[in-house]
Design a binder for this molecule. Sequence first.
Ligand code: AMP
Length: 218
Amino acid sequence: MRLVLLGPPGAGKGTQAAVLCENYKLAHMSTGDLLREAVKKNTKLGIKAKTYMDKGDLVPDEVVAGMITEKLQQKNMTKGFILDGFPRTKGQAEILDTALDSLSLPLDMVVYFETKEQTILKRLTGRRICRKCSRIFHTINIPSKQEGICDSCGGELYQRDDDKEHTIKKRIEVYNNQTKELIEYYQEKGLLEKASGDLDVKELFAVLKDTFKKSGLA
Ligand code: AMP
Protein backbone atom coordinates (compact mmCIF):
# COMPACT_ATOMS: atom_id res chain seq x y z
CA MET A 1 0.00 0.00 0.00
CA ARG A 2 1.44 3.36 -1.03
CA LEU A 3 -0.44 6.32 0.37
CA VAL A 4 -0.29 10.07 0.71
CA LEU A 5 -2.13 11.74 3.61
CA LEU A 6 -3.29 15.19 2.61
CA GLY A 7 -4.93 17.80 4.79
CA PRO A 8 -4.42 20.97 6.81
CA PRO A 9 -2.13 21.13 9.83
CA GLY A 10 -3.96 19.55 12.77
CA ALA A 11 -6.03 17.23 10.58
CA GLY A 12 -4.52 14.26 12.43
CA LYS A 13 -2.27 13.04 9.61
CA GLY A 14 0.69 12.22 11.85
CA THR A 15 -1.37 10.42 14.50
CA GLN A 16 -3.30 8.40 11.93
CA ALA A 17 -0.13 7.63 9.94
CA ALA A 18 1.39 6.04 13.04
CA VAL A 19 -1.71 3.87 13.56
CA LEU A 20 -1.85 2.84 9.89
CA CYS A 21 1.87 2.05 9.73
CA GLU A 22 1.59 -0.15 12.82
CA ASN A 23 -1.46 -2.02 11.51
CA TYR A 24 -0.38 -2.46 7.90
CA LYS A 25 3.41 -2.63 8.49
CA LEU A 26 4.20 0.36 6.30
CA ALA A 27 7.10 2.80 6.35
CA HIS A 28 6.17 6.26 7.65
CA MET A 29 7.73 9.32 6.10
CA SER A 30 6.90 12.67 7.67
CA THR A 31 8.76 15.59 6.13
CA GLY A 32 7.97 17.65 9.24
CA ASP A 33 9.71 15.03 11.44
CA LEU A 34 12.66 14.80 9.05
CA LEU A 35 13.05 18.57 9.01
CA ARG A 36 12.76 18.88 12.81
CA GLU A 37 15.43 16.18 13.11
CA ALA A 38 17.70 18.15 10.77
CA VAL A 39 17.08 21.32 12.83
CA LYS A 40 17.90 19.45 16.05
CA LYS A 41 21.15 18.14 14.56
CA ASN A 42 21.99 21.59 13.21
CA THR A 43 22.76 20.24 9.73
CA LYS A 44 23.11 22.57 6.74
CA LEU A 45 19.61 21.62 5.62
CA GLY A 46 18.27 22.11 9.15
CA ILE A 47 19.73 25.59 9.47
CA LYS A 48 18.19 26.59 6.13
CA ALA A 49 14.80 25.01 6.95
CA LYS A 50 14.49 26.55 10.43
CA THR A 51 14.01 30.12 9.22
CA TYR A 52 10.97 29.04 7.20
CA MET A 53 9.55 26.65 9.81
CA ASP A 54 9.69 29.23 12.60
CA LYS A 55 7.54 31.56 10.54
CA GLY A 56 5.06 28.88 9.52
CA ASP A 57 6.19 29.10 5.88
CA LEU A 58 6.94 26.15 3.65
CA VAL A 59 10.57 25.17 3.20
CA PRO A 60 11.35 25.72 -0.53
CA ASP A 61 10.75 22.75 -2.85
CA GLU A 62 14.40 22.49 -3.86
CA VAL A 63 15.44 22.08 -0.20
CA VAL A 64 12.85 19.38 0.48
CA ALA A 65 13.32 17.56 -2.86
CA GLY A 66 16.77 16.06 -2.18
CA MET A 67 15.74 14.88 1.27
CA ILE A 68 12.66 13.16 -0.12
CA THR A 69 14.19 11.41 -3.10
CA GLU A 70 16.94 10.05 -0.87
CA LYS A 71 14.37 8.72 1.60
CA LEU A 72 12.20 7.15 -1.11
CA GLN A 73 15.14 5.14 -2.38
CA GLN A 74 15.58 3.41 0.97
CA LYS A 75 14.90 -0.30 0.98
CA ASN A 76 12.06 -0.27 3.51
CA MET A 77 9.95 1.87 1.17
CA THR A 78 9.34 -1.09 -1.16
CA LYS A 79 7.11 -2.80 1.45
CA GLY A 80 4.66 0.12 1.21
CA PHE A 81 4.65 3.61 2.73
CA ILE A 82 2.70 6.56 4.00
CA LEU A 83 3.77 10.05 3.06
CA ASP A 84 2.65 12.49 5.74
CA GLY A 85 3.01 16.21 5.07
CA PHE A 86 4.44 15.66 1.61
CA PRO A 87 3.74 16.76 -1.08
CA ARG A 88 2.62 20.23 -0.03
CA THR A 89 2.90 22.08 -3.36
CA LYS A 90 2.18 21.20 -6.97
CA GLY A 91 5.93 21.35 -7.63
CA GLN A 92 6.52 18.74 -4.92
CA ALA A 93 3.72 16.55 -6.31
CA GLU A 94 5.46 16.58 -9.69
CA ILE A 95 8.83 15.77 -8.10
CA LEU A 96 7.14 12.87 -6.31
CA ASP A 97 5.53 11.58 -9.52
CA THR A 98 8.92 11.53 -11.24
CA ALA A 99 10.69 9.86 -8.32
CA LEU A 100 8.03 7.17 -7.89
CA ASP A 101 7.89 6.53 -11.65
CA SER A 102 11.59 5.89 -11.75
CA LEU A 103 11.30 3.50 -8.80
CA SER A 104 8.21 1.79 -10.29
CA LEU A 105 6.32 2.46 -7.06
CA PRO A 106 3.17 4.31 -8.12
CA LEU A 107 0.79 5.76 -5.52
CA ASP A 108 -2.32 3.72 -4.72
CA MET A 109 -4.34 6.38 -2.94
CA VAL A 110 -4.32 9.91 -1.59
CA VAL A 111 -6.52 10.37 1.47
CA TYR A 112 -7.72 13.90 2.05
CA PHE A 113 -8.58 14.62 5.70
CA GLU A 114 -11.38 17.17 5.44
CA THR A 115 -11.23 19.10 8.73
CA LYS A 116 -13.09 22.02 10.34
CA GLU A 117 -11.01 25.04 11.42
CA GLN A 118 -12.37 24.69 14.96
CA THR A 119 -10.97 21.14 15.16
CA ILE A 120 -7.61 22.27 13.77
CA LEU A 121 -7.18 25.00 16.39
CA LYS A 122 -8.13 22.73 19.29
CA ARG A 123 -5.81 19.97 18.08
CA LEU A 124 -2.77 22.15 17.47
CA THR A 125 -2.90 24.17 20.68
CA GLY A 126 -3.11 20.98 22.78
CA ARG A 127 -0.61 18.93 20.77
CA ARG A 128 2.49 17.68 22.56
CA ILE A 129 5.36 15.75 20.95
CA CYS A 130 7.97 13.42 22.37
CA ARG A 131 11.46 14.87 21.99
CA LYS A 132 12.94 11.39 21.66
CA CYS A 133 10.58 9.29 19.50
CA SER A 134 8.25 11.98 17.99
CA ARG A 135 5.09 10.23 19.26
CA ILE A 136 2.16 12.63 19.25
CA PHE A 137 -0.05 13.30 22.29
CA HIS A 138 -2.79 15.82 23.09
CA THR A 139 -3.39 17.37 26.50
CA ILE A 140 -7.13 16.51 26.29
CA ASN A 141 -7.75 14.05 23.42
CA ILE A 142 -4.70 11.78 23.81
CA PRO A 143 -3.09 12.54 27.19
CA SER A 144 0.02 10.68 28.27
CA LYS A 145 -0.32 8.51 31.41
CA GLN A 146 2.15 10.71 33.25
CA GLU A 147 2.00 14.42 32.46
CA GLY A 148 4.88 15.59 30.27
CA ILE A 149 6.33 12.07 29.79
CA CYS A 150 6.04 9.86 26.70
CA ASP A 151 4.20 6.55 27.27
CA SER A 152 6.39 4.77 24.70
CA CYS A 153 9.94 5.78 25.57
CA GLY A 154 9.84 7.98 28.68
CA GLY A 155 11.05 10.99 26.67
CA GLU A 156 10.07 14.57 27.50
CA LEU A 157 6.93 15.95 25.83
CA TYR A 158 7.10 19.46 24.40
CA GLN A 159 4.97 21.92 22.47
CA ARG A 160 6.26 22.73 19.01
CA ASP A 161 7.15 26.41 18.55
CA ASP A 162 5.01 26.52 15.44
CA ASP A 163 1.98 25.22 17.39
CA LYS A 164 1.62 28.63 19.07
CA GLU A 165 -1.45 30.60 18.03
CA HIS A 166 0.15 33.19 15.73
CA THR A 167 2.10 30.63 13.68
CA ILE A 168 -0.91 28.31 13.51
CA LYS A 169 -2.90 31.00 11.67
CA LYS A 170 -0.04 31.48 9.21
CA ARG A 171 0.25 27.74 8.59
CA ILE A 172 -3.46 27.47 7.83
CA GLU A 173 -3.13 30.39 5.39
CA VAL A 174 -0.14 28.72 3.73
CA TYR A 175 -2.11 25.48 3.46
CA ASN A 176 -5.03 27.27 1.80
CA ASN A 177 -2.77 29.13 -0.64
CA GLN A 178 -0.26 26.44 -1.57
CA THR A 179 -1.39 22.95 -0.61
CA LYS A 180 -5.16 22.86 -1.05
CA GLU A 181 -4.88 22.78 -4.84
CA LEU A 182 -3.44 19.27 -4.54
CA ILE A 183 -6.95 17.99 -3.80
CA GLU A 184 -7.87 18.74 -7.40
CA TYR A 185 -4.50 17.50 -8.70
CA TYR A 186 -5.07 14.04 -7.21
CA GLN A 187 -8.78 14.04 -7.96
CA GLU A 188 -7.94 14.41 -11.65
CA LYS A 189 -5.57 11.46 -11.37
CA GLY A 190 -8.39 9.37 -9.86
CA LEU A 191 -6.43 8.78 -6.64
CA LEU A 192 -8.35 10.90 -4.14
CA GLU A 193 -10.48 9.55 -1.28
CA LYS A 194 -12.01 11.83 1.34
CA ALA A 195 -12.29 11.11 5.06
CA SER A 196 -13.31 13.32 7.97
CA GLY A 197 -10.37 14.71 9.95
CA ASP A 198 -12.89 15.70 12.65
CA LEU A 199 -13.30 12.08 13.75
CA ASP A 200 -11.28 10.75 16.66
CA VAL A 201 -8.33 8.42 16.04
CA LYS A 202 -10.24 5.12 16.35
CA GLU A 203 -13.27 6.26 14.36
CA LEU A 204 -11.11 7.52 11.51
CA PHE A 205 -9.05 4.34 11.49
CA ALA A 206 -12.29 2.29 11.13
CA VAL A 207 -13.38 4.47 8.19
CA LEU A 208 -10.01 4.13 6.48
CA LYS A 209 -9.90 0.37 7.00
CA ASP A 210 -13.23 0.16 5.24
CA THR A 211 -12.05 2.43 2.41
CA PHE A 212 -8.95 0.26 1.84
CA LYS A 213 -11.07 -2.88 1.79
CA LYS A 214 -13.52 -1.43 -0.72
CA SER A 215 -10.63 -0.35 -2.95
CA GLY A 216 -9.00 -3.77 -2.74
CA LEU A 217 -5.88 -2.37 -1.03
CA ALA A 218 -6.18 -4.44 2.15
P1 AMP B 1 4.46 19.44 9.85
O1 AMP B 1 5.13 18.70 10.95
O2 AMP B 1 4.07 18.57 8.71
O3 AMP B 1 3.32 20.29 10.35
O4 AMP B 1 5.54 20.46 9.26
C1 AMP B 1 6.11 21.48 10.06
C2 AMP B 1 6.79 22.51 9.19
O5 AMP B 1 7.84 21.89 8.44
C3 AMP B 1 5.89 23.17 8.16
O6 AMP B 1 5.16 24.25 8.68
C4 AMP B 1 6.92 23.58 7.11
O7 AMP B 1 7.63 24.73 7.53
C5 AMP B 1 7.90 22.43 7.14
N1 AMP B 1 7.51 21.37 6.17
C6 AMP B 1 7.09 20.11 6.46
N2 AMP B 1 6.85 19.41 5.35
C7 AMP B 1 7.11 20.25 4.31
C8 AMP B 1 7.03 20.13 2.90
N3 AMP B 1 6.60 19.00 2.32
N4 AMP B 1 7.39 21.20 2.16
C9 AMP B 1 7.81 22.33 2.72
N5 AMP B 1 7.89 22.53 4.05
C10 AMP B 1 7.55 21.49 4.85
